[in-house]
Write a protein that binds this ligand. Sequence first.
Ligand code: IPM
Ligand code: MG
Length: 355
Amino acid sequence: MELNIALLKGDGIGPEIVDSAVEVLYKIGEKFGHKFNFTPYLIGGCAIDATGEPLPKETVVGCLASDSVLLGAVGGPKWDTLPGNMRPEKALLGIRAAMELYTNLRPAKLYPALKGDSPLRPDIVDNGFDIMIVRELTGGIYFGDRGYREGKYGEEAYDTECYSRMEIERIARAAFEAAQKRNKNVISIDKANVLESSRLWRKTVHEIAAEYPDVTCTDMLVDNAAMQLVKNPSQFDVIVTSNMFGDILSDEASQITGSIGMLASASLGATKRGLYEPIHGSAPDIAGKNLANPIATVLSAAMMLKYSFGLMDEAQCIEDAVDAVLEDGIRTADIAHGVDAIGTKEITAEILKRI
Ligand code: IPM
Ligand code: MG
């Protein structure tokens, strides 16, 4: 296959970790006979510096013309004081919306080799866990009506949570389809004891659940879910939830795996074109120091091969190489805990060796 991939390296550690994933993809191309063409575009703080805006039109056009998109991370202290719609983070929301990527898949699994890194007690993680968080990505409070106004106590600001039935239906279908390929269990997370939008969410998810009789579907309130994730993470298979709850719970889920530097994500819409990115941020404090863990981005590239291109063996080959590196005790600083750590470039070379 010949495939055109847009690269959005972004800020902080973004360029280093995307470079690692690109090397891995080149190696996969060599091994399996595919040609990957990469075209870089600006996003986030670097785009603000170069063009005055976080998401230049050229970037959107380039992504829409590509077969798929690989993203590093955006943001940093340099741009933190800009107004809301000029912040690097706005570009992330913007590109997801422009590409209509309403489904965000965030797998959080405990690697046996990293069991000791989980902050949870050994008896809690002994059974391991393998959770797929399906987060709604283009709706809810991150995209709702917002603004400033005069209120009872003077100036106030507001953001609005709003979900249409259509938005809930399509994310629910994505979750049930994911569950059919896994352990056939969906837990839908909401705050239906308080929020009207959650009540529509719950009702609609159950209507869609009826179309998937092979999958069990239960509900959990988000505050309880935050607790259950640290109390008994192995009870979860697929989680489906709104944009904001998914944002928060996926960070929590990542941390109980040991390191946020390990977790990949896929953002998908109605077409095969997706956007793949690590779930961690741009880590400006370690940028450019060859310290970053590139595994989340490398695994994001594997997700791209799987979900956008249907290249299952190739994706598996990357996942196996990462597993082997971890089994061999090779670590970057974030997952080293006492053992000697190696750098971004060096761990990339170790992954390449095992492909
Ligand atoms: C994430 C991030 C983003 C989000 C921010 C940076 C806009 O936290 O990808 O989880 O909330 O989606
Ligand atoms: Mg987040």
